[in-house]
Write a protein of this length. Structure first.
Length: 168
C-alpha cells in the first residue's frame, strides 16, 4: 500500500511517499521526497493513505539533518530508475556532506566521457529523493547553481546549511 505524509520543513512543504516495509526502520521504505510544483515531482493519488506516523523515523532524521546534526541518511528506500540512473544516483549517495561535484566530475566517477554531462544531468534531474539522495551537491562546471528540480533557491539553502565547498 502506498502511504504519504506532508511535512513542514525549512524548504517549505515536503511530500513523503513510501511503502510499508517490515525490514525498514520505522516500518516505511521511502519512494519519493518532493516539493509541491517540483519538476517531475509526484502528487498524491487516489487510493494512497495518509499516515504521518509511518514516516516518524524518516521525519526525525530529516529534522536532524535540517538542524545540522545528521550528515548522511541511513534509511530504506525503494526507487526504480534505469540502470544508468541508478549508477548516477549511487555517485550522488557518495558525495560527502558539505562538498560538491560538477556534472563532469560525476561523469568522471562513472568512467564515462565528460561530454556525457547532459545525460548525467538528466539522470540527476530524475532523482525522486530530494535531500536524502543529495543531488543538490552537484553544480555546473563554473560552480554555478544549475538544474535542481526543487528550485535553485532550495538548492542554495541546502548548500548553505551544509557550508558546502567544492571537492577536488
Amino acid at each position: 500500500m502506498t502511504i504519504y505524509a506532508m511535512l513542514d520543513s525549512p524548504l517549505g512543504e515536503l511530500l513523503l511517499v513510501g511503502e510499508e516495509s517490515e525490514t525498514a526502520t520505522g516500518g516505511t521504505a521511502l519512494s519519493s521526497l518532493s516539493v509541491p510544483g517540483q519538476k517531475g515531482g509526484v502528487t498524491v493519488q487516489d487510493g494512497w493513505h495518509e499516515d504521518t506516523d509511518a514516516f516518524a523515523e524518516i521525519i526525525r532524521r530529516l529534522g536532524s539533518y535540517f538542524d545540522g546534526e545528521l550528515t548522511r541518511f541511513d534509511i530504506e528506500y525503494t526507487t526504480g530508475g534505469t540502470p544508468f540512473q541508478q549508477q548516477v544516483w549511487r555517485v550522488l549517495e557518495g558525495i560527502d556532506y558539505g562538498t560538491t561535484l560538477t556534472y563532469a566530475q560525476v561523469a568522471d566517477r562513472l568512467g564515462i566521457p565528460r561530454s556525457a554531462s547532459r545525460a548525467v544531468g538528466a539522470a540527476i534531474g530524475a532523482n525522486p529523493l530530494l535531500v536524502v539522495r543529495p543531488c543538490h551537491r552537484v553544480l555546473g562546471s563554473s560552480g554555478a547553481l544549475t538544474g535542481y528540480a526543487g528550485g535553485l533557491d532550495r538548492k542554495r539553502q541546502l548548500l548553505d546549511l551544509e557550508n558546502a565547498r567544492r571537492a577536488a
